[in-house]
Ligand binder design. Structure first.
Ligand SMILES: [Cu+2]
Length: 230
């Protein structure tokens, strides 16, 4: 495992990377099947992070051995929204009844794409009311590909990158962020009008399921359903 940590280098760094370097390996000994390993560390920063395997990551991470690590600030130092939703991306190669790790390698390109393990139309629906805001935390938990994630219905404000809150003067409006493997983007979107607004990857192949669209999309697509305000 690696804890995607940028400033807390004590325990987490030791467990994840440095301890076993004397043995010529880059990571700690793998946790065996059925085994367990307890990680303890002091949290010294807040924001959007994730953890993932560092053992055969090309396969293990591709098969989902990762998870979001959302650390709340002690004070109110981070920009807030009425709602929050975390988007963990992944790509897959499915042939008949077998699923393979997808990668940029001949014969291994993906044909399915997921948000939190689900491809549209099975992805969640975010339900909001006009006037409400939602913080979308995009996490590049995926292995190989870039996903320019786009939101319909007006721009969002980019408020944090890679777990670092941007100072107010550095925040900016956009409607697409290019989520690469490992990257995290926190954006705040406001529901301006009623309707169904899409969140989707802007690479059209990534919004299909095995090259087929279902209910107007697929893969990296989800809906924000905005109802009239209070
Ligand atoms: Cu994509």
């Amino acid at each position: 495992m690696e804890w995607r940590w940028t400033r807390t280098l004590s325990t987490a760094w030791c467990l994840g990377l440095a301890c076993s370097s004397s043995k010529g390996t880059a990571t700690q000994k793998p946790v065996p099947p059925g085994g367990s390993y307890r990680y303890e560390y002091t949290v010294q920063q807040s924001g959007t992070f994730f953890y993932h395997t560092h053992d055969h990551a090309d396969r293990q991470q591709a098969f989902g051995l990762y998870g979001a690590l959302l650390i709340e600030p002690r004070g109110s130092t981070e920009p807030r929204a009425d709602l929050e939703y975390t988007i963990q991306l992944q790509e897959w190669l499915k042939r008949r009844w077998l699923t393979y790790p997808a990668m940029l390698m001949e014969g291994a390109l993906p044909n399915f794409f997921t948000i939190n393990g689900k491809a549209y139309p099975s992805t969640d629906v975010i339900r909001m009311k006009v006037g409400q805001t939602v913080k979308l935390r995009f996490i590049g938990t995926n292995n190989n590909f870039i996903h320019p994630m786009h939101v319909h219905g007006g721009p969002f404000e980019v408020v944090a990158l890679d777990g670092v809150t941007l100072p107010p003067t550095a925040r900016y409006l956009a409607d697409t962020v290019n989520v690469g493997p490992g990257q995290r983007w926190d954006v705040i979107w406001k529901a301006r009008r009623i309707g169904k607004w899409l969140v989707h990857c802007h690479i059209p192949h990534h919004t299909t399921n095995n090259n087929v669209e279902e209910k107007g999309g697929g893969g990296l697509t989800m809906i924000i359903d905005v109802a009239p305000g209070p």
